[in-house]
Write a protein that binds this ligand. Structure first.
Ligand code: ZN
Length: 145
């Protein structure tokens, strides 16, 4: 498979064309907007934090196919996860997109398809954007407790 085909795998294209969990939540406990100047992506993530769980999550914004697909996949993956589980997944995802060894790729689910950004260093930021926004949201709710 060539590098571009590997980057834009079908699962990535599906999520970027029909993103899941896109839009604003009516009520949320934390939100964070992050801008990626190198590509022009803007992503806002909102979460509902309840009993140490991410009981709901959504994103909004615009950007390239990678940033949108990554946000869509991330929000799907994180729904109903505990804060600790979410942090572990974020940690694994950062290792994946940086091309580091991962003991268990399976827990990342569809996010594993973003592995192709490894060969396009400027796109790593696009892939990480929504995940960084979620990290910030979790820091906000943990500061409150
Ligand atoms: Zn981008």
């Amino acid at each position: 498979m060539d590098r571009l085909k590997f980057l834009y795998q079908a699962v990535i294209m599906d999520h970027s064309e029909q993103p899941k969990n896109k839009g604003e939540l009516e009520e949320f406990t934390a939100e964070k907007t992050i801008y990626n100047p190198t590509c022009g992506d803007t992503i806002k993530v909102q979460i509902v934090h309840h009993l140490d769980c991410i009981s709901d999550i959504a994103f909004d914004g615009q950007g390239c196919a990678i940033s949108m697909a990554s946000a869509s996949i991330m929000t799907d993956l994180m729904k109903e996860k505990t804060i600790d589980e979410a942090r572990a997944l974020i940690h694994d995802f950062y290792l994946l997109v940086q091309g580091k060894e991962l003991s268990d790729k399976k827990s990342l689910g569809e996010a594993a398809a973003l592995e192709g950004v490894v060969q396009f260093p400027t796109r790593i930021r696009c892939a990480q954007l929504a995940w960084k926004a979620l990290e910030d949201c979790m820091n906000q709710v943990e500061d409150d407790t």
